[in-house]
Design a protein around this ligand. Structure first.
Ligand code: SF4
Length: 78
């Protein structure tokens, strides 16, 4: 499992989550940041830092946002 950044974040580009990630697995893309699912250790530190509550554990991504699981994976060629 991994944490996933979802739609509310688009256009925000707040980097608070990047600063707290202990393994530096949050990367900047064109339209949003992405969490590398192979590197994320599921610590959960990023979730409360997000000002727009866009970060969820993969199994808790809200309905309607689940396409972001694949979008995050695809960013890393997974
Ligand atoms: Fe980084 Fe932890 Fe968030 Fe995974 S859950 S992206 S390891 S801060």
């Amino acid at each position: 499992m991994a944490y996933v950044i979802t739609e509310p974040f688009i256009g925000t580009k707040d980097a608070a989550c990047v600063a707290v990630c202990p393994v530096d697995c949050i990367y900047e893309g064109d339209d949003q940041y992405y969490i590398n699912p192979d590197e994320c250790i599921d610590c959960g530190a990023c979730e409360p830092e997000c000002p727009v509550s866009a970060i969820f554990a993969e199994d808790s991504v809200p309905e309607g946002q689940t396409s972001f699981i694949a979008k995050n994976r695809a960013f890393f060629g997974l």
